[in-house]
Write a protein that binds this ligand. Structure first.
Ligand SMILES: C[S@@+](CC[C@H](N)C(=O)[O-])C[C@H]1O[C@@H](n2cnc3c(N)ncnc32)[C@H](O)[C@@H]1O
Length: 205
């Protein structure tokens, strides 16, 4: 079997598995791998999911945090009602910090234990450009964390790794005590995407 056909089989495998299990997207398996290895999300946690559409992270987070936890998600695209009591969503652009903050405050008065972002720009195929757009979005998520994450809380970010990556990593290190880099198996091998596990939020830089 050629590498190419093996690659497509892997992609089909996660796509079909998501369909079979009733998940709205294959992305869920990336978060599941992170959770199986690192156990970051706990029962009763209050979680923010940035870039949540079509909602597969929300579906699995809902079960992990349980009935006394809560998950709030937002995206520029409207997420269909998932029928889950502990999940709420709204529509907003992460670049509009004022609107995002207003919507969050309308839904909760508590800071989050965990912020997860699977946000991704529309890709153009020009790697440098796409990676830079990914960094810009993640800069906004970091700002959001600085106002909405509990001290000691954790953050999981998806990022396209490129030439601006080290500079952004240095910024994250000012706000979090420990950062791990993780590439899930369910992530496309040719994609530059990785996940950053940012532990123990300490302070605004
Ligand atoms: C890979 S998808 C997320 C999949 C999701 N984690 C799931 O499990 O279903 C990335 C999302 O980022 C969203 N996004 C991109 N730019 C955004 C922005 N400026 N503000 C909010 N969401 C954005 C896209 O609309 C898209 O739904």
């Amino acid at each position: 079997m050629s590498c190419m056909s093996r690659h497509y089989e892997t992609q089909d495998y996660y796509f079909e598995l998501a369909k079979q299990k009733g998940f709205n997207a294959r992305s869920v398996f990336k978060l599941q791998e992170i959770q199986e290895k690192y156990r970051i999300i706990k029962k009763n946690h209050h979680v923010l999911d940035v870039g949540c559409f079509p909602g597969s992270f929300l579906q699995i987070l809902s079960t992990w945090v349980g009935k006394d936890g809560q998950v709030i998600g937002f995206d520029i695209k409207k997420t269909k009602d998932l029928g889950l009591d502990n999940v709420k969503t709204f529509v907003a652009d992460v670049n509009d910090a004022e609107e995002v903050q207003k919507q969050i405050k309308g839904l909760t008065s508590k800071n989050f234990n965990i912020i997860i972002s699977d946000i991704a720009p529309n890709t153009t195929g020009t790697a440098d450009y796409d990676q830079y757009q990914s960094i810009l979005l993640n800069e906004k998520v970091l700002k959001l964390a600085q106002s909405n994450l509990c001290l000691g809380g954790d953050m999981i970010l998806k990022i396209f790794q490129g030439s601006d990556f080290n500079e952004f990593l240095a910024k994250l290190k000012k706000s979090f005590k420990k950062i791990k880099i993780f590439k899930p198996k369910a992530s496309r091998a040719r994609s530059s995407e990785i996940y950053l596990l940012c532990y123990n939020f300490k302070r605004k830089p």
